[in-house]
Design a protein around this ligand. Sequence first.
Ligand code: FE2
Length: 101
Amino acid sequence: MYGAGKLESRNIREYEMAARHARDCDRADLIDCLLEMAEVEWEHELYFRSRVREHFLGRRLPLWPQPPPKEMIRISLEREPVGSVDTNNQDGRVVAEPVTW
Ligand SMILES: [Fe+2]
């Protein structure tokens, strides 16, 4: 459960980044489905996080960073300027507004 939750957390960010790349390469047709996948992964992360917290051993473990509220997935993309993804960085960091979680 712990590993799955941590993996789902990473999946959220990967779908968000894929949506940014779609926006920046004029594939707006892909953005909504990629954001929808990020939202699905957000639900999965919440499920696994809650399962870990319910377990007596899980309550003793430090958890991975908690994602921002689900609605922020779309809001953060809307707020960023087009072309804010630095494609020269291997992790595709956002130049204008660093991801903080
Ligand atoms: Fe998932």
